[in-house]
Write a protein that binds this ligand. Structure first.
Ligand code: DUC
Ligand code: ZN
Ligand code: ZN
Ligand code: ZN
Length: 483
């Protein structure tokens, strides 16, 4: 059965025009005027855009003594409700576990996804088995590897491990990702704050100042350059980190930065809320920053020095957050945002004039598809692309509230925010998963999207490295030693 989206205005990352879109067998098969199909979807007054892609989620992830509370079923339901038709989740091996076994676990977790998904692989230690398994991971279509520079004693890798893994990524044409915070400094600041009796959620923010992020971002960029690989910096939250990315790009390096919707809109004052639960629910790493950092992130999205907007969706209930009463370091780190990323970014970005509609599509979908090497299967409205489409009503409004969200947790960090601009109808590979604002979840419809390595890109860099490698100096007169 074919479907045709009629009378809408198509908005992609590079143009805006009026045309109908014909969808069949999960793909876009025609774009043009006066198309007809078995089922007509009226998009009068709406924008027809590539479905959003969230490049950064943690669904049902074991973390800080518990599991994040949205799984692939509730998480992807939240995603489509907000116009996101694909998530890229982090496959996190248990200590010592085979990477391939971890993929099997994530395959099993994701069977009830409503929309498509892909995985990044986390590298949280370095040994021969990891080295040997990385090409097998790439063969399975997982071509990006995440490195935590924080969470000392748990997920953190040191520079030795990171440099080794980055070099392996370069050989494989894979993209390394970093959570850039100096974990050694964070650990010392945490101990000092606790010793001083500073144990509330506000201390979480004091323990992770922008400097620890800026330092780690600079370090990761230099190490990536030495390894001859591009780099993707997740949850870029501050000017120090943005500045490092900007400078690297100016030098001609392929370094990408990903602000989160939470950091763009919510600021550090949330942690001074006298209600412990309110503050703890907003504990995530990196923490929320002040307005100057927010301005820097918006400017980066405008100028192109930052490319993607994500959520780092890692949702914990209030009960889970309370594991950290009396010790802020035990508050599970993470916030939700999957359902709200697109409407909040539209409201604070497009409606204010900070972003054009085309820039909105770029940073929520197209740039992500390109960087993660799945364009134009995803992130595009072109013939042959997957029919992941959001029909966006720019006049629709709602007040964000935990009472009417899809996420499984009992609060929403954007509670009370009025958004204008919402998905009206959403298609996931041609299936209607939101219709006239109502979610029609299809657990099990979502499929894994395998991605190919960026072979040519990395090869060029490593050859350049070889050419400029130092030559051994030949000498004739070598002095006798030990005299
Ligand atoms: N930060 C979070 O807040 N949660 C999940 C992992 C991370 O790095
Ligand atoms: Zn006609
Ligand atoms: Zn992180
Ligand atoms: Zn994360």
């Amino acid at each position: 059965m074919s479907k045709v989206i009629r009378n809408g205005t198509i908005v992609t990352a590079d143009r805006t025009w009026q045309a109908d879109v014909l969808v069949q067998h999960g793909k876009i098969v025609a774009i043009g005027n006066d198309l007809h199909g078995d089922h007509e979807i009226d998009a009068t007054g709406c924008y027809v855009m590539p479905g959003g892609i969230d490049p950064h989620t943690h669904l049902e992830m074991p973390f800080m003594g518990t599991y994040s509370s949205d799984d692939f079923e509730s998480g992807t339901r939240a995603a489509v409700a907000g116009g996101t038709t694909m998530v890229v989740d982090f496959c996190l091996p248990a200590p010592g576990q085979s990477l391939l076994e971890a993929i099997t676990m994530w395959d099993n977790k994701s069977t009830r996804a409503t929309c498509d998904y892909s995985f990044h692989m986390a590298i949280t230690w370095w040994d021969k088995q990891v080295f040997d398994e990385m090409p097998l991971v790439v063969e399975k279509g997982i071509t990006s590897f995440k490195h935590f520079m924080a969470y000392k004693g748990a997920l953190m890798v040191d520079d030795d491990e990171m440099y080794s893994s980055f070099q392996r990524c370069a050989e494989l044409g894979a993209l390394p990702l970093v959570h850039a915070e100096n974990g050694d400094v964070v650990a010392q600041l945490q101990s000092k704050l606790l010793e001083e009796g500073n144990n509330g959620p506000e201390a979480h923010a004091y323990s992770r100042p922008p400097e620890v992020e800026g330092e780690a971002t600079n370090r990761a960029i230099m190490i990536a350059d030495m390894a001859g690989t591009p780099l993707y910096v997740v949850h870029t939250s501050c000017e120090q980190s943005h500045e490092a990315i900007r400078r690297a790009r100016q030098k001609g390096m392929r370094v990408f930065g990903e602000p989160l919707i939470q950091h763009l809109v919510l600021d550090e004052s949330e942690y001074s809320n006298p209600d412990w639960d309110h503050a703890a629910r907003r504990v995530m790493s990196p923490p929320f920053r002040n307005k100057l950092h927010q301005d820097s992130l918006w400017a980066g999205l405008q100028a192109g020095s930052l490319q993607c907007v994500a959520t780092d969706h890692c949702a914990f209930t209030t009960e889970q957050k309370r594991y950290g009463v009396g010790d802020f370091t035990k508050i599970p780190n993470g916030t939700g945002g999957l359902e709200d990323r697109m409407p909040v970014l539209w409201t604070y970005g497009v409606n204010t004039g900070r972003l054009t509609m085309n820039e909105f599509v770029a940073v929520t979908s197209t740039n992500i598809a390109k960087i993660l090497n799945m364009y134009p299967q995803k992130g595009a409205i072109v013939e042959g692309a997957d029919a992941d489409i959001v029909i966006w009503d720019p006049e629709a409004t709602k007040t964000i509230s935990a009472g009417n969200q899809q996420s499984a947790i009992d609060y929403n960090v954007f509670e009370g925010i009025e958004v204008k601009g919402l998905p009206k109808t959403v298609l996931s590979r041609g299936e209607i998963v939101v219709e006239d604002g109502e979610v029609k979840p299809k657990p099990g419809h979502g499929q894994f999207v395998g991605r190919k390595p960026h072979m040519s890109v990395n090869k060029a860099l490593s050859q350049w490295k070889e050419i400029t490698a130092p030559r051994k100096v030949e000498r004739s007169g070598i002095p006798a030693s030990g005299v």
